[in-house]
Structures are given as C-alpha cells and as structure tokens.
Design a protein around this ligand. Sequence first.
Ligand code: HEC
Length: 161
Amino acid sequence: MRALLFTILLTACTTTPSDSEFVVQDGDFTDLESWPHWQISETAMGSFHTTGPRIVYLNRKPTVDATVFPVGTILVKTLLNGSGDTFAMVKRGGDYNAEWARGWEWLEISKESGQWRIVWRGDQPPEGAGYTEEGVSCNLCHAMARKNDWVQSKVLHLPIP
Ligand code: HEC
C-alpha cells in the first residue's frame, strides 16, 4: 500500500505539467555567474536591450552535433549599463510557445539580497514590461534568429565550440 502511494505521489510530481517539460525555478539561477559566459557589444538594433556592454550566460553548452538547444537550456543576458536589467530564455520544451519560439519561455529575473528571483515569465512579456509598447516583443525580435533556434548572439551560433 505504501509503495503504491509512493508511486502515485512520484507520478503526480514528475508529470506536471508534462513529462518532457523543464519548468525553471528561482533556484536554477543561483550560480549563473559561474556558468560559461561571454561579454558582447553587438549593436544589431537600437533597443535598450541591445545597447551598451552586456554579458550572456549559458548554463550548459549543447553537444557539437546539436542543431537545437536541448530542453533545460537556460540563457541569461545582463545589461551592464547600471540598470541591472536581466533577461532569460529557457528551453522548456513540449508545445510551449508553439506558434513562435517553439519550446522557449521568456523571463525577466532580478537579484535581490543575493538571490536571483523570477520577475515575470511567459510566452511573451506582460503588458507594461517595456516591450509591448514598443511594438516589439521577445518573440518578434528573436524571430530574426529563427535558424539558430531563436538564439541571437553570434557567440551562441550552433555549434558552440
Ligand atoms: C530589439 C530586438 C530584441 C528584443 C525586443 C528582444 N531581444 Fe533578446 N536579444 C536581441 C539580440 C540582438 C540579442 C543578441 C545579443 C545582443 O546583441 O545583445 C539578444 C539576446 C538575448 C538573450 C541572450 C541569448 C541570445 O538569444 O543571444 C536573451 C536571454 C534575450 N535576448 C532575452 C530576451 C527577452 C526575454 C526579451 C523580451 C523581454 C527579448 N530578449 C527581446 C534582440 C532582442
């Protein structure tokens, strides 16, 4: 009986929301400063998102034969313009955001008292996040990098050495 209960509990925990999905949590960002990272200064377009020096972090590099980033990939970009604005895209997988950046979830995170926390998350930024007003969104701008699994930075063009 106890074994059955355990199995039911385990199944309930591991199948939410889908077997193959990775749902990132605050704690997954804890040691991001120690991940592989690159400082970049590409100026593809004049948005505050792409102006000034910035750092891109990747939790783990895909294998050299990968044509897409695997489920569980976390990418973070911090602006070094003093604002501390930090964005993330996480390969959640499944049918998430299927009409646009398939499998990718968009986030803004922020460091408070030494701890990274998710400010917002979703298949698009919420109203008032400073993107929808400009008529551009994470999905729309990153569609330019559709061929690289929606990831923009040149240093992150697959395969990553
Ligand atoms: C104006 C176009 C534009 C918009 C809007 C935009 N991005 Fe980006 N993003 C880029 C470019 C270009 C890069 C490549 C690095 C750079 O030049 O800063 C990038 C890089 C990133 C990266 C690092 C991984 C990568 O793709 O290189 C993350 C994470 C990211 N953006 C998240 C977001 C999120 C979240 C949103 C929506 C809130 C968003 N971006 C909206 C253009 C955009």
